[in-house]
Write a new protein. Sequence first.
Length: 80
Amino acid sequence: MIKATVTVTLKNSILDPQGSAVEKALRSMDYPVESVRIGKFMEVNLSEDDKNKAEEIMHEICRKLLSNPVIEDYSFELEG
């Protein structure tokens, strides 16, 4: 079994109103914050032992379901 940890974030060119709201709140609390971007974190356990095959599967899963390739970027790490 291979575990994938997936991170999905908005592309840099896409405005992040949620991140902006958190940034403003942190600045109002006097934290030295430059910027904040909000994203998603997921864990996926694959019943696959071949890391190369698992990588192919995860790219497909991320492109087809976990992210919107038009406005989001994704990355993942495999372990196991």
